[in-house]
Ligand binder design. Structure first.
Ligand code: KIV
Length: 280
């Protein structure tokens, strides 16, 4: 059985039931090591397609493949016991038809052991969300700034800052909520809009640049640890690991060049073998 079947795993219905209650804590992770560190502290770990940019140096999330999501999703599930693991469906793997979306989502759940998938889009994806939920796939929605649409949006700037765009995003969130999403990510939208969506829709909202009005928050782990190059306004750096890592690497390089590493305590001595006593 997948580890998501473990009785201690948080489930999508449990997250859905947290609407208006204790805030939902969520972070991204792409590998077993960081996932293990997060597991005791967060409710939801998202294996986001941001891994294309963060881990693989891509310019956008558009080139990310299902295979990449499965490799990283499986690693995160292996590294965790408690958090709900949600895996992003990447661009081009679910938009063409309901059945395409179902095949991709089913493959992701089967091959990673994750407990839910996330997909981007509002009204245009509502029927697909309903199709998946009716067939046993818990779906997290994602509206506002939807990075997979970068080629039509033209930039990663915040959305919903004027009335016309705010009303489109509100309708998007309503549609995804009515279609049965168990939670909805609100990315980079103005505060009054995030508040209104959170008040109006039944599932909990999880903000990333969505203001404190949301039912929960998510950040990209590398951004909040100070490892990201491009840091959006909505990120708070809880550590500054980039410079610390560089300092450690520079010390290692200096010591290898000076032959002071490895020292005696890092070096194996030969095993002492007792010689058998000679028969007299
Ligand atoms: O891919 C991702 O990391 C995401 C978060 C920004 C919500 O979708």
């Amino acid at each position: 059985m997948s580890s998501q079947a473990d009785a201690r795993r948080i489930t999508a219905p449990q997250i859905q039931a947290r609407k208006g209650g204790e805030p939902i804590v969520s972070l991204t992770s792409y590998h077993a090591h960081t996932a293990r560190l997060l597991d005791r502290h967060v409710d939801v770990i998202l294996v986001g397609d941001s891994l294309g940019m963060v881990m693989h140096g891509m310019e956008t999330t558009v080139p990310v493949t299902v295979e990449m999501m499965i490799v990283h999703g499986r690693a995160v599930v292996r590294g965790t016991k408690r958090a709900l693991i949600v895996v992003d469906l990447p661009f081009g793997s679910y938009e063409a038809s309901h059945t395409e979306a179902f095949h991709t989502a089913a493959r992701v759940l089967k091959e990673t052991g994750a407990g839910a998938v996330k997909l981007e889009g509002g009204r245009r994806m509502a029927e697909t969300v309903r199709f998946l939920v009716d067939r046993g796939v818990p779906v997290m929605g994602h509206v506002g700034l939807t990075p997979q649409a970068i080629n039509t949006l033209g930039s990663f700037k915040a959305r919903g800052r004027d009335d016309a765009e705010a009303s489109i995003i509100l309708d998007d969130a309503r549609a995804i909520a009515e279609a049965g999403a168990f939670a909805i990510v609100l990315e980079a939208i103005a505060e009054p809009l995030a508040r209104r969506i959170t008040q109006e829709v039944a599932p909990p909202t999880i903000g990333i640049g969505g203001s404190p009005a949301c039912d929960g928050q998510i950040l990209v782990l590398e951004d909040m640890l100070g490892l990201g190059d491009r840091v959006p306004k909505f990120v708070k750096k809880y550590a500054n690991l980039g410079p610390d890592i560089e300092k450690a690497v520079a010390s290692y390089a200096d010591e290898v060049r000076a032959r002071t590493f490895p020292a005696a305590e890092h070096t194996y001595a030969p095993r002492l073998v007792e010689k058998p006593a000679k028969a007299s």
